[in-house]
Design a protein around this ligand. Structure first.
Ligand code: ZN
Length: 600
């Protein structure tokens, strides 16, 4: 069995983690009074209802009720396991992990291994970069890329590289550095069938970095396509435990700052396009990773930007991608503009053939998405036939539908009616009919979800509420907890929470963050909710006292009933029995007195 990370170590990790800067990596926070506020990273919203409390070291969302401490944040947001979350936070806070029984650490293989692979990728990226810039074999690739207009500075900045034509080179190189065959076979770098052969040979290499700038994957572009056309132009790393395509954007680590400053992001189609934009000064450009844009990617940039500029290829596939992206971004309430590249297929081509100024002017004359969509519909459907009007309207309704404000919706409806010369009343009726059909479907789905969620909800009983009240005033909680025992609780969740509180008291580290990191998972949210909403803060001292009395009284009443049952079951035969009965009766009388005293 793996040894547990010691509780004192968990406490240290939590106390040394700056929760504001941790969560600030995932969303924009601004200070208001003692707390920090931002738009919640767990649900979509326009006005901030997500609060991070620096001193309590907890976060809470008044919208979706997500809440917890640094550990729960890492678990909920990054989908880490508990141990992974601790390891990641320990690494950030420079805390050495210690284990419960003092034994040598049994590492959580999943996390450690992921870290090792990320280190491996970083090393491989440097080696590929070295081949490109310094080795004879990489000369052709270097010439190729310089001919496409990239500068040496850009190549260094993006750590671009070249994978040698010798398919076994990488394996030899890594074996020499001490990596095992077993480790390398799961790295995603080698062929499953021929484990000594790298999947990347004679390719121009784009390292893909996570938001912290660590290399987690590669995109490899073929330089010498074979005549038979069997080789794919691009090979991208497969999904790996440390690399989820849908959650990472190419160049995001380098673009984040500029996105944050300008509140704008450019989404483009490929690595080369993003790099070209960066080289031309648009350092807010990012690209999805060889797949269509995902909701997670849109949400990732939404935390920093309010406007999206779409710059997909001008071919048909690119146009489809543009329409899809418009709906996704509008659904997240982002403003959307379309960059129309008039003189070439993509930004890399424009930069090479026409230079920075042309690209800049294309960016500056980006058009609003509704104009773009209407223009396309006018080309697609005749505006003077009933069918043409109806088809165009039906397609444009998809757009109106995802808009988040009524003003936008009605303005876009007007645009549609003007463009296709529609009767506004009729258009509105069609839109409403369409909506009501959809709404019925959605309502059914929602009902099902609510029903299943209800079954998983923890019931907060009176005993738990009493404990919540007690810890809502943490400064006085320890004294009260001293006077209670585990026997005072009937409800098992309340008893478990009490044991955690007692343990914290014994270790003299009773604090909200420690309670949260030690208590049962389903209790974390209610605790944070209660402390963040200030449910008990109005008359804290009274709430605490009332709760204490409530718990004690209930526990005494239970005891009195037990004693009563014992006494009435007795039929004393010996002196010994009589003595026992007397004791029980005295005990019961004492309890009666205590209960009576509490009533007063
Ligand atoms: Zn939320």
């Amino acid at each position: 069995m793996a040894s547990r990370i010691s509780k004192s170590c968990v406490d240290e990790i939590v106390s040394r983690t700056d929760i504001v800067s941790l969560i600030g990596e995932y969303c924009n926070l601004t200070q208001r009074g003692n707390d920090w506020w931002g738009c919640c990273p767990f649900h979509q919203e326009k006005t901030p209802s997500f609060k991070v409390s620096e001193d309590k070291k907890i976060y809470y969302c008044f919208g979706c009720h997500a809440g917890g401490n640094a550990i729960t944040f890492m678990i909920e947001y990054n989908k880490f396991s508990y141990v992974e979350a601790l390891q990641e936070l320990a690494r950030r806070a420079n805390v050495e992990i210690s284990y419960e029984d003092g034994s040598s650490p049994v590492v959580d293989s999943g996390y450690e291994r992921r870290e090792q692979y990320i280190e491996l990728y970083t090393r491989v990226a440097s080696a590929f970069n070295y081949w490109l810039l310094n080795r004879e074999g990489g000369k052709f690739a270097l010439k190729y890329i310089l001919d496409r207009g990239l500068t040496l500075e850009t190549i260094r900045k993006f750590n671009l590289g070249w994978s040698p034509s010798d398919g076994k080179w990488l394996h030899r190189f890594l074996k020499k550095q001490g990596f095992s065959d077993e480790f390398l076979s799961d790295s995603g770098l080698f062929s499953k069938k021929y484990p000594e052969y790298s999947v990347y040979t004679d390719r121009f290499m784009f390292p893909i970095r996570d938001r912290r700038g660590r290399v987690v994957a590669f995109g490899g572009r073929l330089l010498h396509p074979k005549n038979d056309g069997t080789d794919r132009k691009y090979i991208n790393s497969p999904e790996l435990p440390w690399y989820k395509k849908g959650e990472i954007l190419f160049a995001f680590d380098m673009a984040k700052q500029h996105i944050q400053q300008t509140k704008q992001v450019i989404f483009c189609e490929g690595y080369m396009d993003a790099i070209a934009y960066h080289q031309c000064g648009f350092t807010n450009a990012v690209a999805p990773l060889g797949t269509a844009l995902t909701e997670e990617q849109v949400r990732l940039v939404k935390r920093f930007a309010n406007t999206v500029l779409l710059s997909f290829d001008s071919d048909e596939a690119g146009q489809k991608a543009t329409e899809r992206a418009i709906l996704m971004c509008r659904h997240e309430d982002l403003e959307v503009k379309i960059i129309q590249l008039k003189q070439g297929k993509d930004s890399a081509e424009i930069m090479l053939n026409y230079g920075v100024d042309t690209l800049t002017s294309d960016v500056n004359s980006a058009i609003i998405d509704s104009d773009y969509l209407l223009e396309k519909l006018l080309k697609k459907y005749p505006k003077d036939t009933p069918d043409g009007k109806a088809h165009a309207a039906a397609e444009f309704f998809n757009y109106i539908d995802v808009l988040q404000s009524s003003v936008q919706k009605s303005a876009s409806m007007e645009q549609l009616c003007r463009g296709f010369n529609l009767n506004p009343e009729a258009a509105k009726r069609d839109f409403i009919n369409r909506k009501s059909n959809q709404r019925m479907e959605l309502e059914n789905q929602r009902q099902e979800r609510v029903e299943s969620a209800d079954q998983n909800q923890l019931k907060i009983g009176q005993e738990l509420r009493a404990l919540f009240a007690i810890i809502s005033d943490i400064s006085s909680a320890a004294d009260i907890i001293e006077q209670l025992t585990a026997d005072d609780f009937e409800d098992s969740s309340a008893r478990n929470l009490f044991i955690v509180l007692k343990e914290c008291c014994n270790n003299k580290n009773l604090s909200l963050e420690n309670i949260i990191s030690r208590c049962d998972k389903e209790l974390q949210r209610p605790i944070v909710e209660m402390t963040s909403t200030g449910e008990f803060s109005k008359n804290a001292a009274k709430a605490v006292q009332d709760s204490f009395v409530f718990l004690k009284k209930r526990s005494l009443e239970r005891k009195r009933i037990e004693l009563g049952a014992k006494i009435s079951a007795m039929s004393p035969a010996s002196d010994e029995d009589i003595l026992l009965l007397q004791n029980l009766l005295k005990e019961k009388m004492d309890i009666d007195k205590l209960i009576e005293a509490m009533k007063g």
